[in-house]
Design a protein around this ligand. Structure first.
Ligand code: SF4
Length: 353
């Protein structure tokens, strides 16, 4: 089976069935640029080729099994079934500015085991394939299109640690930014990692224009190791060195730092000082994120920092000369916010589309 994003295989198949160049270009445009449904893509081709493309291409390795729309904001959580019966989730995000974004998964479950995350509790089942990653984009783009919106931003921040699945991630990013295929702009793609230093540098070398975001959450070694156990193998000093190299590879551009604020754990004066020291000399933009409780985290003593203290933490960082944003979480009522994916996996029913 040919993957729907494999342009050279699609072109070979078209040549085999003597599809005219103009017809092929129309089909490609419908698929990659306009992200139209499969039937409309195939309609651009002569009949014989239509049958070959219909049967020979794996158009959708994922089946949309459930969609939940937030009643609070512009988020929709999509639950997809894979061919081997696993469930993964993506989140469509609609911002007031008109911007549309999708948060993508890269693994079924996750091995990073972050203390605050529902996905981490599942453990790792398997890596997603590149076609499964790309299909999340394609299906979300079509849903946005039906609403008259254009998907612009891709954020690899869903289920899984993207840099634990480097090969498929690389193939998917390649297809998504390819001008002949999906043509997403590098600056609108963000890959978020808990911090795998060598893989961060490899990724930045391969895709110097694509944004890497480091989910740091604490610049105190013992706290970070507890919050993100997988980072035990990667001391903060190694991470800092990788961050500096990534910034240099990005031409000195700012690197995003994601920082979850936990009451009394990551929001104290000592945390502030450690964070300022950790990023000193590296151009960064710090995103402060409110913690969204998931089942089981209360017994660990994890509580969200109240809003006023989040603002005070942000103001103190700004005073230290750093660029800071206080992120507003979307989709908290549909378990679609950061760390909440996979909470209700067992609640899935029959496909809805
Ligand atoms: S926060 Fe991300 S890296 Fe950590 S367990 Fe959850 S999905 Fe994995």
């Amino acid at each position: 089976m040919i993957a729907a994003h494999d342009l050279s295989a699609l072109r070979s198949l078209a040549r085999l069935h003597k599809v005219a160049v103009s017809e092929l270009r129309t089909a490609e445009k419908r698929l990659f640029k306009h992200r139209l449904p499969v039937d409309e893509v195939l309609a651009a081709l002569p009949e014989a080729a239509q049958a070959a493309w219909r049967g020979g291409v794996d158009w959708h390795p994922l089946v949309l099994a459930q969609r939940r729309d937030s009643q609070l904001d512009g988020a929709s959580k999509l639950a997809f079934r894979t061919a081997d019966g696993a469930t993964i989730e993506s989140v469509m995000l609609r911002f007031r500015t008109g911007r549309s974004s999708v948060c993508l998964s890269t693994q079924v479950g996750c091995a990073a085991d972050c203390a605050f995350c529902a996905t981490g509790k599942l453990g790792l089942r398997r890596n997603l394939t590149a076609p499964e990653i790309v299909d999340q984009v394609l299906q979300a783009a079509r849903l946005f299109r039906a609403e008259g919106r254009v998907l612009r931003n891709l954020v690899f921040m869903g289920m899984g640690e993207p840099l634990h699945n480097e090969e498929a991630l690389g193939e998917a990013v390649e297809a998504l930014r390819d001008p002949e295929r999906f043509n997403f702009a590098d600056r609108f793609i963000v890959v978020s990692t808990v911090g795998v230093p060598a893989a961060m540098v490899r990724f930045a070398r391969r895709f110097p224009g694509v944004n890497l975001a480091l989910s740091l959450h604490s610049a105190r070694e013992e706290v970070r190791r507890w919050l993100v156990p997988t980072t035990r193998r990667h001391p903060l000093a190694d991470l800092r060195a990788a961050l500096a190299e990534v910034s240099a590879l990005h031409g000195g551009h700012t690197v995003l730092i994601e920082y979850l604020l936990f009451d009394g754990l990551t929001d104290t004066h000592a945390d502030l000082e450690a964070l300022v020291a950790f990023v000193a000399g590296i151009p960064v933009h710090i995103n402060l994120i409110p913690f969204n409780p998931v089942a089981g985290t209360e017994s660990l003593g994890l509580r969200s920092t109240p809003k006023e203290r989040r603002e005070a933490f942000g103001a103190a960082l700004k005073q230290a000369g750093l660029k800071v944003t206080l992120r507003r979480s979307l989709g908290t009522d549909i378990d679609g916010a950061c760390g909440q994916l996979a909470q209700r996996e067992g609640a899935l029913k029959a496909p809805v589309v």
